[in-house]
Design a binder for this molecule. Sequence first.
Ligand code: 13P
Ligand code: SF4
Length: 379
Amino acid sequence: MTLKNLLLLGQGSDLQSERGVSCTGELPEPSDPTLIERARIARAALGDRALILGHHYQRDEVIEFADITGDSFKLAQSAAAQSSAEFIIFCGVHFMAESADILTSKKQQVILPDLAAGCSMADMATANQVQHCWEQLAQAGVADVTIPVTYMNSSAAIKSFTGEHGGTICTSSNAQSAMAWALTQGEKILFLPDQHLGRNTAVLALGYSLDDCVLWNPWKPMGGLTVEEIRAAKIILWRGHCSVHGRFSIDSVNDIRQRVPGVKVLVHPECQHEVVCAADEVGSTEMIIRTVANSPAGSKWAIGTELNLVSRLARTHPDKEIYFLDKDVCYCSTMNRIDLPHLVWAMESLVKGHIVNVIEVDSTVASYSKLALERMLAL
Ligand code: 13P
Ligand code: SF4
């Protein structure tokens, strides 16, 4: 079976999907002993023409070549602040590269080394579903007083919907200020697509109760809710989640506390509410890194986020005890698609003048998405 058949549901054939299609190029073999040297040569040849951005969940072999590493907020800021590089090579996932394209100038091109690096959470809300939800909220008489707050982990089409309807984008590092801002603009929030980030922020940071939140199921008429429930709710949460962070459980929190006396539990806000409630600290990938770095030698941390980041923290902080908060391996499979062979292939192609894997958001979609992203950057 060819990879083309294997990815029949990729964006090439299914326009509802945020995910792209796989690489069509001649990738170097992962076992090529000259791969690191090839990467260095291609990087040097590109010089200032290229800027490489790397999300914290990327593999070490990729992070090694990143000019800037960050969480999704910092990378969006870095892309927006960058006006000179001709190419932004985005080592992260599709929605992040789309945001970088929206925030950079028309002269700059954003390259995603593997187009199949999507995000399963972003795929849990399609533009049609969101539009249909909005029509139903209008039928319930609440669309006029509802402000969409959309997590960065969403397609450009949904960011555009958000901008058009007076809403803002947020990331895990500014969800609190984004939601607080939205409630100065309207009476209710439609938070999408991550129910956990929305619920954790509404309840733990903004002081709402679980009863103020309702869950919108896009597969059911009226989201599976009654008109009364919709009218009474303060926060309407989209039924989406991250399959990586969804794995961390309350059992693992209890287990690690029992096995490692004095351990502190540090989790990403995409984890389930009960896990976040049982943790000591919660925050974005950037906050997780900062917290571990600022803790004294001998500190013990059990961390609930993607494994590439947790193992890097363990390696870079040998004076601290770092534990992974899951019993099994928990990589983000789509983040992991960007590896050294893809990065080398993308860089060598650019050196040869062959521009590959360009992420280009349609200009109508880009204009409202930009509005929503700029609202976030101004928060
Ligand atoms: P950050 O915003 O913390 O970088 O997280 C992005 C992400 O995809 C987490 O799953
Ligand atoms: Fe998407 Fe989860 Fe991977 Fe983040 S960790 S990119 S939310 S699938």
